[in-house]
Design a protein around this ligand. Sequence first.
Ligand code: 6PG
Length: 241
Amino acid sequence: MTALRLFDSPREAAEACGAAILEALDAARSERGRARLAVSGGTTPRIMFEWMARQAFDWSRVDLFWVDERCVPIDDAQSNYRMTRESLLDAIGGAAIGGAAIHRVRTEFPPEEAARLYVEEIRASFGLRPGELPEFDVVQRGMGPDKHTASLFPGEPLIENETDIAAAVWVEKFGQHRVTLLPGVLKNARATYNLVTGADKAVALREVFSGDSSALESPAKIASPGTIWFVDGAAFPAGLP
Ligand code: 6PG
């Protein structure tokens, strides 16, 4: 089931997405003892993280992962970890979530090694058997104007990899290596919350919702059973056809 929630502004969409994440984490922790969240980077989530940081939320027993990461130093302006640290982790305080619960991609290693270590860390945290995929309680994603999501860009062969957990990928468009979760993991999420705002996303969003392109052409079409889109009017100007 894919649902769409339309808001008047990016801020309202971001705050609603943040609230849905916290609610889902609370429920997961109550049901299963721990909650596991994977967040995206880029620019859109920043105001969401800042809002989340202002909430009286108990971050204990939450494991935080990233959907993808640019293979840059963690203090680089392009680092997704840095953006999350600045907008959420520094504000809630390291003790709130606990260092061991923050599972960043270790970009101090070369891309392939960083990806291998990340997969190992995910396997250990979830207690996975060989060949098993993690089931995140929440995966928060974004979408680029080119319909990419995570670091899966149109035409990327990894879009058809539904068995592995994560991989290093070369993104020609940005001349950059990244590490990204793979489609099998994205599809396996209990809940996927896509936060997409801004007029620059409108054409892509229309195609994702009503076009007949494949996931290879429109990776943002990759969905899990509980997918909800949090969008603003600028990204969704005239509604669905
Ligand atoms: C990344 C993200 C990526 C992001 C989209 C949208 O590393 O860039 O994980 O998938 O969600 O590129 O980015 P904006 O929010 O900056 O538009």
